[in-house]
Design a protein around this ligand. Structure first.
Ligand SMILES: [Zn+2]
Length: 242
């Protein structure tokens, strides 16, 4: 079953070494890993249901201890079940399951290794990806930029799955919880899957807002100043239920 699944998808089975891992390799999942896997699959399905991802083009990860659970490459999310749990150590070594991890594993691991994030969501959301082809930074159209740490940068283009792309992404994420990937998509992280997901949705919404406002002929949108964003950033620190 697992071997059949590896043959599916659009040519993303690039990790020949991983394909050769015999079925049953790896340890059994801990109860907290099984619960986190269930939440990961729910989040991955939500990216498709909400239109942030078409097919299997995005990916999600969540960290439990020193194990990073990740969506496998090329398996539709509605077909993922408890037995498909896929997990790697922080060095990328597979420790759970036999499905090949997402081809964007280097970006996920780069975030898990260098930040205190517990969850990462990557999508090819259409408005965000459109903006990534137009500007080096999302113009400060709305104060929600401050909720992502400041103006959202665009990481320069590099081939998907490459270490170069992971490096460009880390630079763009400096001081931020989200960034755009040029001609590719979005990357957001958070303390929980819900938080990483919400940041992704907010980013896509802001990109849609800017595209909408800047498409009115003869007019260009007013943008917020750095001072205005900083003020919101301070205010957001105390936002929410007390
Ligand atoms: Zn991608």
């Amino acid at each position: 079953m697992a071997d059949q699944r590896r043959e599916q998808g659009d040519g993303r089975d690039l990790r020949q070494d991983a394909r050769d891992v015999p079925p049953g390799q790896g340890r059994a999942a801990l109860p907290e890993e099984a619960r986190a896997w269930e939440a990961l699959v729910a989040t991955a399905r939500r990216t498709v249901a909400d239109g942030l991802v078409v097919g299997t083009s995005g990916n999600v990860s969540v960290r439990v201890g020193d194990t990073v659970l990740v969506t496998p490459s090329g398996v539709p999310y509605d077909r993922l079940g408890p037995a498909d749990i896929t997990g790697v150590a922080l060095d990328g070594r597979q420790v759970l399951g036999t499905l090949v991890p997402t081809s964007e594993l280097p970006m996920h691991l780069a975030i898990h290794r260098s930040t205190d994030a517990r969850a990462v969501v990557h999508t090819h959301a259409v408005h965000a990806t459109a903006v990534s082809t137009l500007v080096p930074e999302l113009p400060t159209i709305h104060y929600m930029s401050a909720a992502l740490g400041g103006p959202v940068r665009v990481a320069p283009y590099a081939t998907y799955g490459s270490g170069e792309l992971a490096e460009n992404m880390l630079d763009a994420l400096d001081g931020r919880t989200a960034c755009l990937l040029q001609n590719h998509g979005t990357m957001a992280h958070g303390a929980t899957l819900d938080q990483a997901y919400d940041r992704t949705a907010q980013l896509e919404w802001m990109c849609r807002l800017w595209l909408t406002a800047s498409s009115v002929p003869g007019l260009s949108p007013n943008l917020l100043t750095r001072e205005q964003l900083d003020e919101v950033g301070e205010k957001l620190k105390g936002y929410g239920q007390r």
